[in-house]
Structures are given as C-alpha cells and as structure tokens.
Design a protein around this ligand. Structure first.
Ligand code: 1HE
Length: 265
C-alpha cells in the first residue's frame, strides 16, 4: 500500500530514495523551478506520511538550479474564499507531515528558496544552505499572502519584523546573510548542501529514537507553553526519555569509558 502511494508520488514529481537509514526526498520539477502545484503538495504529504519503516531521518532537496520557486502561480485560479481556505489548509496538512512526522527532516537548500519554498524549508528541522541560496517572500509584491504556514513558522526563525519587511518591500537575502539571520543553520560551498545534509541526517539517524521524537514533538510545544507548564512537560519528557533502555545503555557506555567525549570545536 505504502509503496503504491510512494510510486504515485514519484509520478507526480516527488521521489524517494533510501540511503541507509536516511530517506532522501527530491522535488523533481526543475523546468518549473520546483514550483509547488497542488499535485506536488499532495505528493510531499503522501511521501512524508508513508516513509519506509527503515527511515530514521530524512533530507529534502530540489532538482535543478533552485530548491523551490514557491506556489505554482499558474494554478492561482479564481478561488472563492472557502476554496482558498481549503487550499491553504491542504498545505498545512502537507507541511505538518514534514514537521510533525516520524523522523527529523533536513532541508538541503540552493538557489531560490522563495515564497512557499521558504515555507517548506521552514517546516524542516534543520536547514543547510549552499552559497547560491537566496531567500524571499514575493507574496507581498504579487498581491497575495503566505498560506503554507509561513506566518507561523518563519517568524520563529527570523522574527516578525524581518518577515514583515521581506513581504512589504520584496527584500531578498543572500546565503551569507541568511545563515547569519537564522534561515539556515549551516552554510556550505556551492553544490555541497545535499552531501552535508545527508551527513547530518546519518548522524541524527543514530540518535536514540525517543530523543529525536522529543526534539521534534515536545520541544516546539514546550517553547509555546507558559513557563510553568513548560517545566512540567519537560520533566515528563525527560523522565520518559531517560527510562528507555537505549538511554540507559548509552549513559552506561560513557561511564565505562566506551563512548565518545564531547570534543572542543
Ligand atoms: C513558475 C514559478 C512559479 C518559475 N509558478 N511557474 N513564487 C514567486 O513569485 C517566484 C517566481 N519565480 C521566480 O521569481 C523565478 O522563476 C526564479 C527566481 C524562482 C527562478 O528564475 P529562473 O530565471 O531560473 O527561471 P524562470 O525562467 O523564471 O522560470 C522557468 C520556468 O518556470 C518558467 O516557465 P516557462 O514555461 O516560461 O519555461 C516560469 O514561468 C516557471 N516558474 N517559478 C509557476 N512560482 C501557500 S502560498 C505560497 C505563496 C507563494 O509561494 S507566492 C510566491 C510564488
């Protein structure tokens, strides 16, 4: 069943390839700069909801010269208000499948990361950008608004003031400024983002699964709770994580001198 869904997603332009425990997801619509049609959004949803059991981390990247040009503007038909809400909500479901799925997701960025492409990148857990990357929110100049969760997720990366400026003025950030401001956590040479993202994903795949789960599902929720509630949720999550046999084994290995020390960077 899952394989049929993945095959269909591939036919719609979202391919999945397993590299060990890392699911490498590729947007394959380079002629249209990986613009996100309704079919592509549905395929992203289906892939992330049906990752193979063996996947312990995932990477998403785009084929061609750009990560993603955002919403497919050729599909921006006359929608009435109700249809518009449902269209936006369909993006929310797809990008929630990325953010709140089973495994951490790393975005490997290059070229344009604009509009809905930036919304997609911001639903991932880590972003690696190469030096060709640029970030923009052209929605403002096109007379529309973000609709793929960007108004919730992008301010968490770079703040409300910066997002407001980008949408009001059409401001574009380059790769160096993007890393400095928090769009990406890693900046690498041209053409190296995918390799770096797979390297990080491979490392993440070797973490205790419950730690990865806590970071994906508990941390962002704790961050939105009042401090008193956050402390309680943290205590519950910490207790659950440390009671897992894998945590006990890892701590024992360190105490017996069998696990790596933290090295000065
Ligand atoms: C597209 C799209 C698209 C390219 N929808 N077809 N996003 C934008 O406003 C960004 C619009 N795109 C661009 O500014 C540029 O295309 C890029 C900077 C991304 C890339 O430039 P370039 O010179 O490499 O490519 P190109 O020649 O502009 O585009 C190649 C083809 O892709 C061309 O089609 P062709 O049939 O003439 O070959 C373009 O029309 C097509 N193409 N981008 C449709 N976005 C949930 S709400 C989210 C709201 C938004 O995302 S709004 C922001 C939309």
């Amino acid at each position: 069943m899952s394989q049929t869904i993945l095959d269909h997603a591939a036919s719609q332009g979202v391919q999945l390839e397993m590299r060990g425990a890392v699911a490498v997801v590729r947007l394959c619509r380079p002629a249209k700069r990986n613009a996100l049609s309704d079919a592509l959004i549905a395929a992203i949803r289906d892939v992330f909801q049906n990752l193979p059991e063996a996947a312990r981390a995932a990477v998403i990247h785009g084929e061609g010269e750009h990560f993603c040009a955002g919403l497919d503007l050729s599909e921006l038909k006359e929608r009435d208000a109700g249809e518009g809400v449902l269209h936006s909500r369909s993006w929310h479901v797809a990008l929630d499948a990325v953010q709140l799925g089973r495994v951490p997701v790393i975005a490997a960025l290059h070229g344009a990361v604009v509009g809905g492409g930036l919304e997609l990148a911001s639903s991932c857990h880590i972003r690696v950008a190469d030096e060709s990357t640029f970030y923009a929110l052209p929605e403002g100049t096109r007379g529309i608004f973000v609709g793929g969760g960007g108004s919730v997720r992008i301010p968490k990366l770079v703040g409300v003031a910066r997002m407001t400026d980008m949408m009001l003025t059409g401001r574009v950030y380059n790769a160096v400024d993007g890393e400095r401001l928090g769009f990406a956590q890693y900046l690498v040479g041209a053409g190296q983002a995918l390799d770096k993202a797979i390297e990080l994903a491979t490392r993440i795949a070797s973490n205790a699964p419950l730690t990865n789960f806590a970071l994906m599902h508990a941390l962002p929720r704790i961050a939105e709770q009042p401090a008193d509630h956050g402390f309680m949720t943290e205590a519950l999550m910490a207790s659950i994580a440390q009671s897992a046999p894998e945590a006990k084994a890892r701590v024992r290995a360190f105490l017996e001198g069998k696990a790596a020390k933290v090295q000065k960077s």
